[in-house]
Design a protein around this ligand. Structure first.
Ligand code: G6P
Length: 614
């Protein structure tokens, strides 16, 4: 949610800032801007700030930034509006009244009204409606020749969350960054330095990175960086190496990231499982949990904390855990849990599940559980992300960078993590070695089955075209398919803007069936599990009321195929594994509907991939 970038080095800053913003566009894409320090004339040692901002995507900004925009240090921002409409004025960077200080901000300043009034009382005239504009003006208020001290003094006044980068025309080549709740990473190049919300912004220049923690401040210039805490004490930081390559964040031959990520799933699931299935003991090896067998054996309850698609993965996970390991389990929406004063039990295990590892609601819920003595593990994709670092251990899902706003491959990798954990826990309880072996073999075979589903893309595209002009949709399933129905509905909403509701199939008679007309299609998930007959009856109830029915079922299930108007066949497998194979047609269905409607699939309206505000 909002991406910030800074560059200090010998090269022209503007192209580097624009490239970084383009790579972080998924974090917000309603407006953007850059600000660089430029010499006041050839050979001059005095500098001014040059600013360009534009509503729209980075491409719109590119068109208004002059080719020879001079300046070898600067900052940039891509915005997801919170305070103030989407206008050029409200875009960042924001300047102080003198125009000598510029700031980019990701987060929300909660006490901005009081600060604004105070600054207005001192003669400051605000140019934007944003909460963020108080920051450069506070820095100006405290500036006495040292930007670092002025930023520190300004931060002492702020309540809320921020990742910021600040520059001053009087301090060429220097950027001051600080973090409290919104991510900030330092990139160490060869004679040049970067600062960004995310490593993707600088991966084409360096793989050496340092993650800032909350309460830390950094000063960078082309020669290096220095980090301190709020009390001005030096903080030693570890330099880490990004393990993936630039190719992982490029589209390759695909028309968009979402299609690439859907089709990558056989490999991404393979990576999530990689080396973690122990065929000899028919169990799973999850060293990152940092829990010994005795502690694992004492766990009497599992609770998942997550948002959006990650919550849906959690719902599948807890269903499986309960069924296989006979452990009471539940999945909670982080945005609800964090304000509910939850009861935390010492023998419970909490999983904070997040692709980005930065979702504010999930992060704050994690902290609240930890404050109450809860043991929280993370299931994250982004290595080094805040949730991954603040949890006491966990499982990296290794799906590789996910760029499209709507999550696909991270979801199936999160499922893989839960399946591994369920295998481990159930083998420590009642599951026999032969049952465990069967489960382990089926799990290892999931990537192959997903490949078969992907091969059916043309048929799914044909069906999507037939229904893409519907205004409303129902997605229905039972058992492990209920969260998949929720996920299918979410995918369709997110990228096609068709209204879709995910419902437990058994619940439709309690209300939603009133929506059914020949114009409102229902998509049913019908695996050949113990609930098949029940779901089939629900399908018939819809048919009897004239509602069109699409069924995602199992190959050779003629009865389901004959009941539905359209049938998407998936390979027959152990029923516990259908969440992997049955979610894929729903991802493709949403994708092809969105394509047919001419939507911006990778960057749907109003959304952002990494939601670092409440
Ligand atoms: C945003 C994204 C969703 C995502 C959710 C949780 O809303 O648009 O696709 O599922 O955040 O994100 P996380 O990174 O915590 O999994």
């Amino acid at each position: 949610m909002c991406g910030i970038i800074g560059y200090a080095g010998p090269r022209q800053a503007a192209p580097i800032l624009l490239e970084g913003l383009k790579r972080m566009e998924y974090r917000g894409y309603d407006s953007s801007g850059i600000c660089v320090g430029t010499a006041d004339g050839a050979g001059s040692t005095s500098y001014s700030l040059a600013l360009v901002k534009k509503i729209g995507k980075i491409q719109a900004l590119r068109q208004v930034v002059p080719k020879d925009f001079p300046g070898s240090w600067g900052i940039g921002h891509t915005r997801w509006a919170t305070h103030g409409a989407v206008t050029d004025r409200n875009a960042h960077p924001l300047l102080d009244n003198s125009g000598r200080i510029a700031c980019v901000h990701n987060g929300i300043i909660e006490n901005y009204r009081a600060l604004r009034e105070m600054l207005e009382g001192e003669g400051v005239v605000f140019q934007s409606e944003t909460d963020s504009e108080v920051i450069p003006n506070l820095v100006a208020k405290y500036y006495e020749g040292d930007l670092e001290s002025a930023v520190k003094a300004a931060l002492a006044n702020l309540q809320g969350t921020y990742g910021i980068a600040v520059i001053h025309a009087a301090e060429p080549g220097r950027i001051v960054g600080a973090r409290n709740g919104s991510p900030l990473v330092i990139g160490i190049g060869d004679g040049e330095m970067f600062l960004a919300s995310d490593v993707t912004a600088m991966i084409s220049h360096t793989k050496q990175v340092v993650y800032l923690n909350d309460g830390e401040l950094v000063v960078v210039d082309s020669s290096g960086f220095r980090t301190t805490d709020r009390e001005d004490r030096h903080v030693d930081k570890k330099i880490e190496k990004v393990s993936w390559e630039l190719g992982a964040i490029e589209k390759g031959d695909y028309p968009c990231y979402m299609e690439k990520e859907i089709f990558e799933q056989p490999e991404s699931i393979e990576r999530a499982l990689g080396g973690r299935i122990d065929f000899e003991t028919a169990s799973a090896k999850l060293a990152g949990l940092n829990l010994d067998r005795r502690r694992l054996g004492e766990i009497s309850r599992v609770e998942v904390i997550a948002a959006g698609t990650s919550w849906h993965a959690g719902l599948v996970g807890v269903g499986l855990l309960e069924r296989m390991a006979r452990i009471p389990a539940s999945a909670e929406l982080a945005s609800e849990l964090r304000y509910r004063n939850p009861v935390v039990q010492r023998d419970s295990l909490y999983f904070a599940v997040s692709q980005s590892g930065e979702t504010a609601d999930t992060l704050y819920a994690l902290r609240e559980m930890q404050r109450k003595g809860g043991h929280v593990l993370g299931i994250c994709n982004v290595v080094g992300s805040t949730i991954a670092r603040e949890s006491e251990g966990g499982i990296y899902v290794h799906s590789g960078p996910e760029i499209a706003v709507a999550s696909t491959k991270a979801f199936t990798s999160q499922l893989a993590a839960f399946y591994l954990f369920s295998l481990l826990m159930s083998r420590m309880r009642d599951l026999s070695i032969s049952e465990g072996s069967r489960f382990a073999r089926a799990l290892a075979g999931v990537p192959e089955q997903v490949k078969k589903v992907l091969a059916g893309r043309d048929e799914i595209q044909r069906i999507a075209k037939k229904y893409s002009h519907s205004r409303d949709f129902l997605f229905l399933g039972r058992g492990l398919m209920y969260p998949i129905a929720l996920e299918g509905a979410l995918k369709l909403k997110e990228i096609s803007y068709i209204h879709a509701e995910g419902y437990a199939a058994g619940e439709i008679k309690h209300g939603p069936i009133a929506l059914v007309t020949p114009e409102v299609p229902s998509l049913f998930l019908v695996p050949d599990d113990e609930l098949r007959e029940k779901t089939l009856s629900n399908m018939k109830e819809i048919k009897a009321r004239g509602g069109p029915v699409i069924a995602v079922g199992v190959e050779g299930d003629d009865e389901v195929a004959a009941t539905a108007d359209d049938f998407i066949a998936t390979p027959r497998m152990d029923p516990r594994f259908y969440p992997f194979t049955m979610v894929v047609p729903l991802q493709l269905f949403a994708y092809f509907c969105a394509l047919d409607l001419g939507r911006d699939v990778d960057q749907p309206r109003n959304l952002a991939k990494s939601v670092t505000v409440e």
